[in-house]
Write a protein that binds this ligand. Sequence first.
Ligand SMILES: C[S@@+](CC[C@H](N)C(=O)[O-])C[C@H]1O[C@@H](n2cnc3c(N)ncnc32)[C@H](O)[C@@H]1O
Length: 275
Amino acid sequence: MDNIYVIDLFCGCGGFSEGARQAGANVILAVDNWKEALDIHELNHPETTHWDTELGRDIEEFSVKLKRFISDNVPAGKHVHIHSSPPCQNLSAVNSKRKIVEGYEMIDWTIELMVRVSPTTWSLENVCHPNLYTYPNAFRFKMEDYGVPQSRRRVVICNGFDPKAIETSPVISAFDVLSQYNDRDVNWLDYEIMSSGSYNRIFRSIRKPCYTILWHRQAFRNKNDKSILTLSGKETSIFQTFPSTFHVGNGQMIANAVPPEFSRRLVSSLLTPGQ
Ligand SMILES: C[S@@+](CC[C@H](N)C(=O)[O-])C[C@H]1O[C@@H](n2cnc3c(N)ncnc32)[C@H](O)[C@@H]1O
């Protein structure tokens, strides 16, 4: 697998990069315009080149720069995978102020970049906005089928590989996670999962996967006395499948991330044409 060279655009603190690293790929470049997230990415991936760059601007200039980076850093004939996670706030149903046209401008800019740079394979991950399903090679799925203990729904637009080759596995419940990492004196079977934000009057059995991890700390309600427990930052990061040694940054970075377990499986499934 170390013959795959990964470039992570809109890298955040490095959820996608972490899974790629676990799959054995070389993460050679990470790009974001959020300095604090890049600093955390660099703590986790000191061997990676980091660009603090505003994406979505002059596509000719950026594609030339990216192609030059690839030719300077990747031996000829090696597999280059570019992943991108453009910001999803403008396409997310939980954002009442979303600007859908702007959301799609960034998606289209990113796909045009992939066409210009033409890596061996590429993937673009985002929330499940209906127009996204109409893009060629859009793959809609629930993270819970890929080892992530959340019912997080996502779309990956992919090129050069078969998303059906990504390894699936049985669903992991919130109870499975909490009982494995339990460092509190709590009987989690007395609790139910609370949905977040304005929907927080909806509850789900702890025997089910968690709701999508958002910036607000995930809460659990005691079914008997109605008391509420919220997850610590470390517990939250474990629901996002970050290893316990990972520097996770703040709640927004954790919630934004592609769960590493999913990206590990995606990168593991990449097929080099001709192999
Ligand atoms: C969904 S998060 C990415 C999460 C990341 N893939 C991970 O797995 O941790 C989107 C990222 O895009 C970055 N971003 C938003 N607009 C940007 C822009 N115009 N240029 C570069 N980065 C941008 C944000 O700072 C944020 O880190």
